[in-house]
Write a protein that binds this ligand. Structure first.
Ligand SMILES: [Zn+2]
Length: 246
């Protein structure tokens, strides 16, 4: 059996709303012989679908050996609550959560009730550590002090989380919202381009960096959304295709 280098459990969805952040982040599974790592977990609203998708992939929660948290925001780590295994965070990110740096940073997205709950399960790491054979941590601070991606070195695939929120930002060189430092976030895109040719963003579908340097979504990454609002008509369907919107 050949295992895919990475599997999208839940795709990131690039939708903005004036009713706040929807927080639909990318959740990715890394399966290797004898070890399974879940990269990010999604948020509360993802729970049913997350559990169903993991079951469908043949990986019930008990079979996950490690949750890798890209950063300690609700939409990425809230479901670590459902998984009884170690939670890996970069050392600066765990410090940010544990020592309350998020308060001074005016960062309302840290789920503080989760901190004592996961404390005993935290394992920390620094930059360029190997978490699986050929899979290394890439610290990309800015969005938070310890935002961290994972690089599948041989495949040139970077699970970037919110260091690259979406293809739109990446195309424009626009850093993500920075609770830590916009200055520190600025050089991240250069490092990312040097390391990777395929990006799985925090809140968008996976894309390839074309020869012209622009993002192109990978095939099979369409997402369907339904907008309810006219009680007399069926919900409006909105499809985000690989190319554009229908
Ligand atoms: Zn975030």
């Amino acid at each position: 059996v050949t295992l895919a280098p990475y599997e999208i459990v839940l795709p990131g969805v690039p939708v903005a709303s004036r009713r706040g952040a929807l927080g639909w982040c990318s959740v990715v599974l890394l399966r290797r012989p004898g070890r399974t790592v879940l990269f990010d977990t999604g948020s509360f609203g993802d729970r049913r679908l997350l559990l169903d998708r993991l079951a469908e992939l043949g990986v019930p929660t008990g079979k996950i050996d490690l949750v890798f948290g890209s950063h300690f925001h609700f939409d990425h780590v809230a479901n670590a609550e459902l998984l009884d295994c170690p939670l890996a965070l970069s050392a600066p990110e765990w410090r940010y959560a544990e020592e309350g740096g998020y308060v001074a940073a005016n960062d309302p997205f840290v789920p503080r009730a989760l901190i004592p709950f996961v404390r005993e399960r935290i394992v920390t790491f620094t930059d360029w550590e190997e978490v699986l054979p050929g899979v290394r941590t890439v610290l990309l601070p800015g969005h938070t002090p310890g935002t961290c991606g994972l690089l599948l070195v041989d495949d040139g695939v970077l699970l970037a989380s919110d260091a690259v929120k979406n293809a739109w930002d990446f195309e424009r060189g626009e850093p993500p919202p920075s609770f830590f430092s916009r200055e520190r976030a600025a050089p991240n895109y250069r490092r990312i381009r040097d390391l990777a040719s395929i990006i799985v963003p925090g809140h968008d579908r996976a894309f390839e960096i074309g020869d012209d340097g622009s993002p192109r979504y990978l095939k099979g990454s369409a997402i369907d959304l339904e907008l309810y609002g006219d009680p007399r008509s069926p919900p409006r369907q909105l499809r985000l295709t690989e190319e554009t919107y229908d």
